[in-house]
Design a protein around this ligand. Structure first.
Ligand SMILES: NC(=O)c1ccc[n+]([C@@H]2O[C@H](COP(=O)([O-])OP(=O)(O)OC[C@H]3O[C@@H](n4cnc5c(N)ncnc54)[C@H](O)[C@@H]3O)[C@@H](O)[C@H]2O)c1
Length: 354
């Protein structure tokens, strides 16, 4: 049994992570920490959680906790994760781990010094449909059966991500805690909110492409073409020798307009993301074999009715218990942080701002 302490009782906690964590048989949410205590009490009562702390520092002194999970304001959650590591706990935190390389490196240093481990919430890596695509991609690459890999692209124009999810949500009249947002030192202050908007959305997409292609940190940026909004456009990467394209923009779509396609000389693999909060629905997968006899398969993953966020939490709890490596570890997401700094630097240099 893994005893988890949870920090932050907002939207992601109530809609996603607390329902998932409290449903996992080998896991018990023993404590909550929330600065808004009235909200904390309501969430504590609804989920039947034994202990409530006024802040994460007091919670971290609780010796009964094996692991900590965090979904607080993105500007402060990295510091909370760092404190939890240094208090000797394994940690799950929501993305992004950091919004500057300097913050990322401080967190990674705490991970090294403590000997504990941090997992970052990139749920797309745990989607059963994406897992099927990754397994097929790996098989095609190692056998060479569909020819060389020629291009990867992720298209993400967003839309409605909540999909009508009606899980109850407690609120409170208490003011939201002040959560300072400190960007990279070189970034002019007037571009911080555009940078955050772009990073918050597309950190998922870059992280997914890197995972599918096994690119690790072997990623460079070949071209950046963004509009004046710093959001809409195209970025071209070299991901471990593969050209990868990210298409970004906004669409008033009733679903979630995101798909990823990996081309080979003789076929493609295609995965369509579900609206993120649509429970129990994995990505839709198409496997197209070109060449001789042409076939298209709508492959169904084994875990046909499953939710990426639930599988992500199952993975966290079982990896904490077994010591198995995380599939989305902190060290790996440092690359995402680096790439966002590089994309925005390139864009601001093109515009003569840097
Ligand atoms: N993986 C995803 O798809 C996804 C989707 C949405 C949001 N997120 C991430 O989840 C995080 C949380 O988002 P949210 O929508 O739940 O935010 P939210 O504002 O609804 O909730 C944050 C909660 O944390 C509390 N809090 C703030 N600072 C705290 C502190 N120091 N100690 C304890 N509690 C504190 C706030 O009072 C609030 O209740 C963000 O970092 C965001 O990037 C991830």
């Amino acid at each position: 049994m893994i005893n988890v302490g949870y920090v932050g009782c907002g939207f992601m906690a109530q809609k996603v992570h607390l329902p998932n964590l409290t449903a996992i048989p080998d896991c018990r949410v023993l404590a909550l920490a929330e600065l808004r205590q009235d909200l904390g009490r309501k969430v504590q009562a609804r989920f039947g959680i034994e202990r409530l702390y006024a802040d994460h520092t007091s919670m971290l002194a609780d010796p009964d906790l094996d692991a900590i999970a965090v979904s607080a304001a993105f500007g402060v959650q990295g510091q909370i994760a760092r404190d939890a590591l240094l208090a000797g706990k394994d940690v799950f935190m929501e993305k992004p781990m950091a919004i500057s390389l300097e913050q990322a490196d401080a967190i990674l240093e705490a991970e090294r010094a403590s000997g504990r481990r941090l997992m970052v919430g990139y749920m797309k890596r745990y989607d059963a449909g994406n897992e099927l695509v990754k397994a097929t991609l790996d098989a095609w690459r190692s056998s060479g059966e569909q020819g060389p890999l020629t291009l990867a692209r992720n298209h993400g124009f967003c839309g409605n991500w909540t999909a009508g999810l009606d899980t109850p949500m407690d609120t409170s009249e208490e003011p939201m805690p002040v959560a300072p947002v400190v960007g990279p030192a070189w970034l002019p202050a007037e571009y911080l909110s555009a940078y955050i908007g772009y990073l918050q959305q597309y950190t998922h997409n870059i992280n997914l492409l890197r995972w599918l292609l096994d690119a690790g940190d072997e990623v460079t940026i070949k071209a950046v073409d963004l509009n004046a909004d710093g959001y809409t456009g195209v970025v071209v990467f070299d991901m471990a020798g593969v050209r990868a394209v990210l298409e970004t923009g906004r669409l008033s779509h009733y679903r979630w307009d995101e798909h990823t396609q990996v081309y080979f000389q003789d076929g493609w693999l295609h995965t369509w993301a579900p609206p993120l909060l649509l429970r129990q629905v994995p990505a839709e997968v198409e496997i197209y074999r070109a060449g001789g006899q042409q076939t298209t398969t709508r492959a169904i993953p084994q875990d046909a009715w499953s939710w990426a966020y639930r599988r992500e939490m199952d993975h966290f709890v079982s990896s904490v218990a077994s010591g198995e490596p995380f599939r989305s570890p902190a060290q790996d997401t440092r690359t995402d942080v680096r790439l966002f700094e590089e994309i925005y630097r390139a864009w601001l240099e093109q515009r003569g701002i840097l």
